[in-house]
Design a protein around this ligand. Structure first.
Ligand SMILES: [Zn+2]
Length: 247
């Protein structure tokens, strides 16, 4: 795909197949979300959130569970069970980590539904209600297909959630040690609190030597501390949508 094509698609992805949502919460909100998910997210990341009394959203791709990736070992089904029992949100991240740009919409939808159904049958009582696009790869036709199944879909384009936002492609900020530090994250969270927004952070592995897509325990701990200090409510994606009265 040419650069021009990419730019055109990015514009179309943002403008079309939207489900607009008004974000004007009574209190600022922050969501910690994890994609794929590496075992370190399920253990270290979840424990740091729980220590503060918070829960996160973990977007699981069943096809990756138990495999070795560039992000380290992926979580196992047992890790996902522990997350679910501890009250974290389990979201869908496709089954085989397929890219929308390389997959016909009906195949993509089938893969996502397969993943959600497998998770729900593995854990009785679990409802998979929210989705994140694998590698942030989004297409208009794919947004249209998924919106009947999921309450929200999260992308990787950068942005704050305030005013009118598209819940078919929720924007995020990276919580990556390679591009953020405790000061920059603290400023971001402080700004979100001053402007009554909803900040969705996303990352992958949690390690003292993280991948370029991961975060250190120290940075995650500092981000959690910033939420407490600046008065943000830390909520899962699903709980934040409840707060915004999304049906
Ligand atoms: Zn992913």
């Amino acid at each position: 795909m040419t650069m021009l094509n990419r730019v055109v698609h990015r514009g179309l992805n943002t403008q079309l197949a939207r489900r607009d949502l008004i974000v004007r919460p009574d209190r600022a909100m922050v969501t910690f979300s994890f994609d794929d998910i590496p075992q370190t997210a399920a253990t270290i990341g979840a424990a740091l959130l729980q220590d503060a009394g918070f829960r996160g959203t973990f977007y699981v791709a069943m096809g990756l569970l138990g495999t070795e990736t560039a992000l380290g070992a992926c979580a196992t089904l047992e890790d996902v069970r522990r997350l679910h029992l501890a009250g974290h949100e389990i979201g869908c991240h496709t089954h085989d980590h397929v890219h929308a740009e390389e997959t016909p919409p009906q195949v993509y939808e089938r893969d996502a539904r397969r993943n959600s159904a497998a998770l729900e049958s593995a854990f009785p009582g679990l409802q998979v209600r929210n989705f994140s696009y694998a590698s942030g790869s989004v297409r208009v036709a794919h947004k249209r297909r998924l919106q009947a199944r999921y309450r929200s879909m999260r992308g990787v384009q950068m942005g704050m959630l305030r005013g009118v936002v598209d819940r078919n492609q929720l924007p995020v900020h990276k919580l990556y040690a390679a591009t953020a530090d405790t000061e920059s994250i603290d400023r971001l969270i402080a700004h979100n609190c001053e402007t009554w927004g909803w900040l969705v952070l996303y990352t992958h592995d949690i390690s003292d030597t993280p991948s370029p897509y991961g975060c250190t325990p120290a940075l995650l701990r500092a981000a959690i501390g910033s939420c407490v200090r600046h008065g943000a409510d830390v909520l899962t994606i699903d709980a934040a949508l409840d707060r915004l009265s999304v049906v």
